[in-house]
Write a protein that binds this ligand. Structure first.
Ligand code: PMP
Length: 387
């Protein structure tokens, strides 16, 4: 054989234990890791489809929806975004994207790949969209779909969703929301708020490993999918196939793809922890830890990137890098000395901020205090100051 087995696979893999305090993934609790050790089942075995049904119930609670179509795309948060775009959009459909960071940019990129007519309203990173601004844009562009990002993890902004649903209904628009970086950390009410499609990722507040994108479609969204003139361009992300595999359409389940069996166990376990704590308590824990972090950072004379507390998502805090400080030296200090991850900026915030995540299992006052202690220590190091 001209290609021998690689040398690197002869030694065990190296996986250090790290505290992941960036914008995701967050660490998973031990029970969630243990769930993945359970025996594999076939992806259509009744014991496994029962677990899938339990996951669906947990997701209905998390999304606060009674919708039939609640399932997961196998893949990460981006897979949820792809599924949203490819199912809702046909060529030349107008989609209006509220862009205030990288996730609105990605959404525009994906929508244009589906040959949608992409219209964008833009705000600087850290800003959010008011209802009257959204209404004016809906009137002007008359889109089929409005896309919002609830927790813009590149800037730390929290886009209010309340009130947008009725506006969309008034103009005959479907409302799609990216809740990857926010769901579970802040209130979200799919049915009450009139959201038509929402997706998230398993690795953020849910604190399961990255692997699936939980997603829900309203009846209105499914009506648009069923009325399509052209077939959905992605077989893998076709919501009608996914809904069948996840037992949402009342028909016997057919083989669509092999579900990520162990990841579904992990999600089932993580959702049982979410349910045991209760959403109100989870939201309150995120609010309290974020407040503790923001107060502590202010006490260190650091400034938050978003000055208005009402516009901040508690799940991702963005901190201005002070003049003369090398942001990367600080993130390296966290990692090299303490094996703690915090991140730099992303997209429009690159080079300007650090991002600290408070998500799910990692959202504790002890972790906040540790981040504050390391930040103080790092900023006290002469070598970190560049000028
Ligand atoms: N949307 C938002 C708001 C995110 O924060 C992320 C992940 N950082 C994604 C989408 C994409 O998720 P993933 O990296 O899991 O594909």
């Amino acid at each position: 054989m001209s290609i021998p087995p690689p040398e690197c696979l002869k030694s065990p893999m190296h996986v250090p234990s790290k505290l992941l305090m960036g914008p995701g993934p967050s660490n998973s609790p031990p029970q969630v890791h243990q769930a993945m050790l359970k025996p594999l089942l076939g992806h259509l075995h009744p014991e496994f489809t029962q677990i899938m049904d339990e996951v669906k119930e947990g997701l209905r609670y998390l999304f606060q929806t009674k919708s039939d179509v609640v399932c997961c795309v196998s893949g990460t948060g981006h897979a949820g975004m792809e599924a949203t775009m490819c199912n809702l959009l046909e060529p030349n459909d107008v989609i209006l994207i509220a862009q205030n960071g990288i996730w609105g940019e990605r959404a525009a990129d994906m929508a244009s790949r589906h040959e949608a007519d992409v219209r964008v309203i833009k705000k600087p990173a850290g800003e959010i969209f008011q209802l009257d601004e959204l209404e004016a844009a809906l009137k002007e562009h008359r889109p089929a779909v409005l896309f919002l990002v609830q927790g813009e993890s590149s800037s730390g902004a929290l886009q209010p969703i309340y009130g947008v649903g009725p506006l969309c209904q008034k103009y005959g628009v479907l409302l799609a929301v990216d809740a990857v970086a926010s769901l579970g950390g802040v209130p979200f009410f799919m049915d009450q708020w009139g959201v038509d499609v929402v997706y998230t990722g398993t690795q953020k507040v849910i604190s399961a490993p990255p692997s699936m994108a939980p997603i829900a479609f309203s009846d209105r969204a499914m009506a648009k999918v069923r009325a399509r003139k052209k077939p959905i361009r992605s077989f893998y992300a076709d919501i009608t196939w996914l809904a069948n595999y996840w037992g949402c359409d009342g028909s016997p389940r057919k083989y669509h793809h092999t579900g990520p069996v162990s990841s579904v166990y992990a999600l089932r376990e993580a959702l049982s922890l979410v349910c045991a704590e209760g959403l109100e308590s989870l939201w309150a824990r995120h609010a309290a830890c974020a407040q503790r972090l923001h107060d502590g950072l202010t006490a260190l004379n650091l400034q938050l990137f978003i000055s208005d507390p009402a516009k901040r998502t508690p799940t991702v805090t963005t901190i201005k890098v002070p003049e003369g400080v090398d942001w990367m030296k600080v993130t390296k200090y966290f990692m090299n000395k303490y094996r703690v991850e915090i991140s730099g900026g992303l997209g429009p915030s690159a080079g300007l901020v650090w991002r600290v995540g408070l998500m799910g299992y990692n959202c504790t006052s002890d972790n906040v205090d540790l981040v504050l202690k390391i930040m103080k220590e790092a900023l006290d190091q002469q070598s970190i100051i560049t000028s």
